[in-house]
Design a protein around this ligand. Structure first.
Ligand code: IVH
Length: 693
């Protein structure tokens, strides 16, 4: 729709408009500003590929809105302020929302919020307003329709008026009830809005499996959730463990008059009917100062939440007052979003270097001009493999968009080819190992090029570094620099060598005082006690990430038992496919590896555990099923707790079930479970004790 020249011109104009303070410039060039906004709407809604930040878009939009407010005569019918959204990318069947899905006005600081509160007070004539404050979930928005207590339709937001009908996929989200007794509240038909998300634990797990399979990870859980909703294969969607928070009732047809009259009441109603609404996360407060306190309070907890939020939403609590305040063409006046500090930034890709990993994989690393992303300075980012570079269309000299999402390592979201000058250079992939010089190979079913010389110095060193790293054996003070140094000096040549270090020789080295030597000794000694799953992960078996390592540790009491597992037995384990099983099998059949394990045992490492592990503080991938009536928790609440803590709900009793939680009057599931020895049958009390805190 826009040519590259137009794109460049409009992008340059955007930057000019962002500087504009003078009203006269607006009067003269008002249509130019509208064009700039239309262009960005197209980039955002149609192409899904914005060129400016939300904040910049909002500033431009507000400028136009302000001008039009002051000069109502100048408003054209097709001004960006006069509609809800634009076109769609065709794919799923389209459905019309009963009420257009408007987006919220954004605010970024206390002043913005106080302004908004002042306007609301003026319009309502009230001295203070009661607000409901709740998290702004960072996922993909959906609308759900229930008719006569049955779930009848689920849709994506789309352009706000028309979305994609994704009913089958929504049905796979377990926190969305398939029927709900709205009739108890005098409601015959209801449209509810909410957000679909992938929690941080499942996102990490999903990314781990991508990495284990040699694929690039996703930049954030939002993309993972949005992408998953549009997959047509139900079995893949259900593996993604999506969740949904429902936070707004947009439309009801009444059959009585018992409907709540406050927003918080609506959230409570949804909760009561079995939905996951932010009932426990919301707070009802009076006056804007109390709003600010809660917003700040929540921002400090942001990183500890199991899911990503990008801000808070403040809503007028009284629904009659909401109606009175009404809406502009774009946003409701009774609600506003408060956005937390952005975790995205742009920078320049200045160079690409290549690292050889412990499995010989050669990974390109983008060197970028250092930039702050969410409080951390980023200067290099893995760009995974050759296909990834092609897919993201990366060139040296490009401006790139970077995102750091929670504790996920920073990723390049995309390049901005529109901003190229013509001096950018194509990235040329090496043909030989940058460390040992051997020729690189790539197998057909893989995306990475590998150095297959197992004695390649880089690989040996990387295996040792991985073994000692934080998530593996966690040997503090034994970081990369020391491993490189000891290796170069011949003081260390393999993993068991860590436990045979010659400290007298190290004492002679520059920078090693008694204190650092004793720290190092202590850290090495402590690592001997690490749990089995860490040791399995530390071995660096191909495709075995932390999740698979935990699965393996859960099935044995000693590591050497794994050498007795057949390929078929390995494949019975949770999430272990043919490829992963093959790699584990090969590792434990290899004499050198078994010799290394027995050396480690002789050196004092623990290769056994008393009983299969339950993962640190959470339910780490364990599967649960509830049966009978629970006393303390509602079924949906209990299921949400399992998922929040990294466990999984399964639909029936089978050997894949780890825990059956039994309430009152349990029936056939309990009988069936009793016949499968591996299932732990526990009470609700025992279940509650498994949860952290
Ligand atoms: S209320 C008419 N509440 O943020 C008001 N939105 O631009 C409907 N979002 O499109 C929205 N958490 O996708 C609301 N607690 C929350 C939310 C929330 C996330 C999303 C939603 C909306 C966007 C705001």
């Amino acid at each position: 729709m826009y040519t590259p020249d137009q794109t460049k011109k409009l992008q340059a104009e955007s930057k000019e408009w962002l500087q504009v303070k003078d009203e006269n410039k607006i009067a003269h060039d008002i249509e130019e500003l509208r064009n700039v906004l239309r262009f960005h709407e197209h980039r955002y809604y149609v192409l899904n590929d914005p060129l400016i930040s939300d904040f910049e878009y909002d500033s431009l939009y507000k400028l136009l809105e302000k001008y039009e407010e002051q000069h109502p005569g100048s408003v054209t019918q097709d001004s960006p302020t006069q509609r809800v959204g634009v076109g769609l990318i065709k794919d799923f069947p389209k459905v019309q929302h009963l009420v257009p899905m408007l987006s919220l006005e954004n605010s970024y600081n206390a002043d913005d919020l106080m302004d908004w509160d002042r306007k609301a007070r003026e319009l309502s004539g009230l001295a203070e307003i009661e607000y409901c404050v709740e998290p702004k979930f960072d996922g993909a928005s959906i609308s759900l329709l229930y008719e006569d207590d049955m779930f009848t339709r689920g849709a994506t937001r789309g352009d706000g008026e028309t979305g994609d009908d994704i009913t089958p996929n929504i049905k796979l989200i377990r926190s969305v009830p398939l029927s709900a007794a709205f009739s108890r509240y005098g409601i015959r038909q209801i449209e509810i809005r909410g957000e679909v998300l992938m929690n941080k634990y499942n996102f990490k797990k999903y990314n781990d499996t991508l990495i284990e399979e040699g694929m690039p990870p996703l930049a954030n859980p939002r993309n993972a959730a949005a992408g998953s909703l549009r997959i047509k294969d139900k079995s893949i969607v259900s593996k993604r463990n999506l969740e949904a928070f429902l936070y707004h009732v947009s439309y009801t047809v009444k059959s009585g008059s018992m409907e709540p009259v406050t927003h918080s009441g609506m959230l409570e109603m949804l909760w009561e009917l079995g939905f996951r609404s932010p009932k426990n996360e919301m707070k009802v407060v009076t006056g804007i100062n109390a709003v600010l306190d809660y917003v700040n309070d929540f921002e400090s907890k942001r990183d500890d939440l199991p899911y990503e939020i990008d801000g808070m939403v403040i809503k007028v609590n009284d629904t009659r007052l909401q109606e009175k305040l009404g809406m502009t063409s774009h946003h409701p006046r009774w609600a506003i979003a408060f956005k937390f500090k952005a975790r995205q930034a742009t920078s320049k890709l200045v160079d690409v270097t290549y690292q050889v990993g412990r499995t010989g994989a050669v990974t390109p690393v983008a060197k970028i001009e250092p930039v702050q992303v969410g409080g951390v300075t980023v200067s290099s980012i893995s760009i995974h493999n050759e296909d990834y570079i092609k897919e993201k269309d990366l060139k040296i000299g490009d401006t790139v968009l970077i995102e750091r999402s929670g504790d996920v390592i920073p990723q390049i979201v995309k390049s901005l080819p529109e901003l190229r000058t013509g001096d950018e250079k194509t990235i040329i992939y090496p043909k030989h190992c940058p460390v040992c010089g051997d020729k690189l190979f790539k197998s057909e079913d893989e995306a990475v090029w590998r150095c297959i010389n197992i004695n390649c110095k880089a690989q040996v060193v990387e295996r040792i570094i991985h073994f000692a790293s934080k998530d593996a054996m966690d040997i503090r003070s034994f970081g990369e620099a020391n491993v490189h140094k000891f290796f170069e000096l011949g003081l260390l040549k393999d993993i068991p060598g860590i436990y045979r270090l010659d400290f007298d020789a190290i004492r002679q080295l520059e920078g090693f005082g008694e204190k650092s030597i004793s720290n190092l000794k202590l850290a090495i000694e402590k690592s001997k006690e690490q749990p089995l799953h860490r040791l399995i992960y530390a071995l660096g078996i191909r495709y075995v990430g932390e999740t698979t390592a935990k699965t393996l540790a859960q099935s044995v009491t000693g590591i050497t038992e794994l050498s007795e597992y057949s390929l078929e037995q390995l494949q019975q384990l949770e999430d272990v496919g043919v490829k992963v099983a093959g790699s584990i099998h090969e590792f434990f059949r290899n004499k050198d590896n078994m010799h290394m394990l027995s050396e480690l045992e002789t050196l004092g490492l623990k290769l056994t555990q008393e009983k299969p592990l339950v993962v640190e503080g959470n339910l780490g991938g364990q599967t649960f099923l509830f049966t009978g009536t629970l006393n303390k928790l509602k079924r949906s609440e209990a299921e949400a707790r399992v998922e929040q803590n990294g466990g999984k709900i399964v639909s029936g009793v089978s050997s894949k079930l780890n825990y059956l939680v039994v309430g009152e009057d349990a029936g056939s599931k309990l009988e069936k479970a009793k016949k499968i020895a591996s299932i732990h049958i526990i009470t609700e009390e025992e279940f509650l004790q498994m949860l952290p805190g």
